[in-house]
Design a protein around this ligand. Structure first.
Ligand SMILES: Nc1nc2c(ncn2[C@@H]2O[C@H](COP(=O)(O)OP(=O)(O)OP(=O)(O)O)[C@@H](O)[C@H]2O)c(=O)[nH]1
Length: 617
């Protein structure tokens, strides 16, 4: 009997299935009423079906294979069964996930089934909406969709087998209803997505915070209100706020909200502090009765003006002492180290000689000092003070012959002074300083920019010319320096200038071509006046050290240097080189440079220099 009922149900299944395939058209059919009539035919076929159903049931779970088999009975083609296996592989994947889901709602037929799919579906629908937000949700989403498509076909065969078990009681009535319900169930999940927007209403509850948040952004965003996107996003942010209240809305709203108030705040800040600061200053610090400047603040102006008054110019000697301080400290310190509570003997004399040589005074000067000490103090206790006094006296003796003032023979109109020296030793600066002295003394001076290799040197000399009110003869960059010197000499003659000072390019003594050019200048000037240039000054950088001796040697031979200007004696510990140069070359030292200012060029004094470097008051 059970097999009989199964077959009957199977017929019912077939019919139902076919009807469903025809979209519920056959559902109302009279099949149920004609079941009895069909029974005999079914009974005759029963044994066959039973034989077939058994293997079918074994092979294929559920009733999926059954419907195709019955259809095949009518057609009876074996190939028809072959196509069935094809749907079979397709069905298994779908029914497997569906079977657990559908049977559950099915056993809970009637009303219970409706609510269950609903909760399942709502879980699914939020997923598709949340797909962008939650990665885990997308997994369920693909399931519902495949279910929607395949379910109608596979769900029917599944539903049928489950119902036949119950059908024996309610029988056909329930069968037609479920198929009708089934489509209702199927659309239900389809409608579920709309149910998802229904979940948005929960966002509606969020809309309140959204409205709150919206209220916040709107006022500041009032300036940015033109953005229609903001309004759209305002609706969206609430759901985001539910899941993760901060992230999405923060990205949208805050950046928009913050800039708006920031723009307004600075305006307020600028306006507010100023009016506040003014009264504060007026109230807190009342300006003195003197002058007051009103800029950002009201500032007292009277007292700072008094500062420039105290600017006592140090004497040149003081500046020279200060400049030689480093040289002096090192030298005197070493001397003190040698003669601390020691009698003068060969060892101390040798130590002193070493100290003086290291101070660039030169071997000659060093021997003069040690010989002087030995002749008068040998075997006696000697203090460093006594040693420094002897040293100052001997150094002065060396420098005195060269410490001569610059003499100008104004019988020559102009007296030509050619300034030479290694680049950077202070030629142009010295020319400016000297021109200032001459013009201050009432002499007319003309300057010639003979350093045609460096544009800055030309401009620098022009500046000095403006400061000293001395005309400057210059030419294009790279022009022939000898030609320029010749032209300047003629111009100075024509102008009746007392002095013509010619600048030359800084050049290294090992560049023969440049030295040849210097010789050419001297030769050209001699064409206009056999005695010209009347003075050839070489600037010597005191910081150069022993190399200065070689520089003087070369320029003396090439250009006929007949006077020196020791520059940069300020701030160097090698000022002793001047003594060595004087002792070796016996060239007049007219000036010393102790700074970059116009009045930092001082006539050289042997005694002052000697005392300064020896640290003797
Ligand atoms: N401290 C100090 N700086 C000096 C003195 N004389 C010159 N200078 C600086 O030394 C630098 C070189 O001076 P210049 O006059 O351009 O030397 P120059 O020999 O003409 O150089 P070139 O044109 O390149 O050949 C400048 O920065 C001067 O200000 C000085 O007596 N003391």
């Amino acid at each position: 009997m059970a097999g009989f009922f199964k077959k009957i149900f199977s017929f019912g299944k077939k019919e139902v299935v076919e009807e469903r395939i025809d979209e519920t058209a056959p559902l109302p059919p009279i099949n149920w009423d004609q079941l009895d009539a069909l029974k005999p035919a079914a009974e005759q076929a029963l044994p066959e079906f039973l034989k077939r159903e058994e293997p079918a049931a074994e092979a294929a779970p559920a009733a999926a294979p059954r419907p195709p088999l019955e259809e095949d009975e009518e057609v009876r083609p074996a190939p028809a069964e072959e196509p069935t296996p094809e749907p079979a592989p397709i069905i298994p994947p779908a029914p497997e996930p569906i079977v657990p889901s559908t049977p559950e709602p099915l056993p809970e037929p009637k009303p219970a089934e409706v609510p269950k799919p609903a909760p399942e579906t709502p879980a699914e629908p939020p997923a598709p909406e949340e797909i962008p937000a939650r990665p885990a949700v997308p997994e369920p989403t693909p399931e519902p969709r495949p279910q929607e498509v395949p379910p109608p076909a596979p769900s029917e065969p599944e539903i049928v087998p489950s119902r036949p078990e119950r059908q024996p009681e309610p029988a056909p009535v329930e069968v037609p209803t479920p198929p009708v319900e089934v489509p209702a169930e199927v659309p239900a999940p389809v409608e579920v997505p709309p149910a998802a927007p229904v979940e948005v209403p929960p966002s509606a509850g969020v809309e309140q915070p959204a409205s709150e948040a919206g209220a916040a952004p709107h006022p500041p965003a009032g300036t940015l209100s033109p953005y229609g996107d903001e309004e759209k996003e305002e609706v969206l942010p609430p759901p985001a706020a539910e899941t993760e209240p901060g992230i999405p809305p923060a990205e949208i709203a805050p950046p928009i909200r913050q800039p708006a108030p920031v723009e307004t705040q600075p305006v307020i800040a600028e306006i507010a502090p100023e009016p506040q600061s003014v009264p504060q200053l007026a109230a807190e610090a009342k300006p003195a009765p003197g002058k007051v400047t009103v800029a950002r603040k009201v500032e007292q102006k009277a007292e700072p003006q008094k500062a420039p008054e105290p600017a006592p110019r140090r004497s040149w000697f003081q500046r020279m002492r200060d400049g030689l301080a480093r040289s002096s400290r090192e030298l005197t310190g070493n001397i003190a180290g040698v003669f601390t509570k020691r009698k003068l003997d060969e060892e101390t004399l040798q130590d002193l000689e070493d100290v003086l040589i290291r101070a660039d005074l030169g071997v000659e000067t060093a021997l003069r000092v040690t010989d002087s000490l030995a002749s008068s103090r040998y075997g006696k206790d000697v203090s460093d003070t006594e040693v420094r006094a002897v040293m100052a006296a001997e150094v002065e003796k060396v420098l005195a012959p060269v410490a001569k003032p610059l003499e100008l023979d104004l019988s020559h109109k102009p007296h030509v002074i050619l300034v030479v020296g290694v680049n950077g030793t202070g030629k142009t600066t010295t020319i400016g300083k000297l021109a200032a002295k001459l013009t201050d003394g009432g002499l007319s001076v003309m300057l010639a920019a003979g350093d045609t290799f460096r544009a800055a040197a030309i401009e620098q000399l022009k500046i000095w010319g403006e400061r000293t009110k001395s005309p400057v003869i210059a030419s294009k960059l790279g022009a022939d320096a000898a030609g320029l010197a010749y032209d300047a000499f003629e111009r100075a003659k024509e102008a009746g200038s007392d002095v013509l000072i010619i600048d030359t390019a800084g050049r290294l003594q090992n560049k023969t071509e440049l030295m040849a050019e210097l010789e050419k200048i001297v030769r050209v000037l001699g064409k206009l006046d056999p005695d010209a240039p009347h003075t050839v000054l070489q600037t010597v950088d005191a910081t150069t050290g022993q190399n200065a001796l070689n520089q003087v040697e070369i320029f003396r031979n090439v250009a006929g240097v007949n006077g020196l200007v020791m520059t940069k004696l300020d701030g160097t510990a090698r000022g002793g080189i001047l003594v060595a140069i004087a002792a070796k070359h016996r060239l007049p030292v007219y000036f010393i440079g102790v700074g970059e200012q116009v009045d930092d060029l001082e006539p050289f004094s042997a005694s002052e220099f000697a005392r300064a470097i020896a640290g003797v008051a």
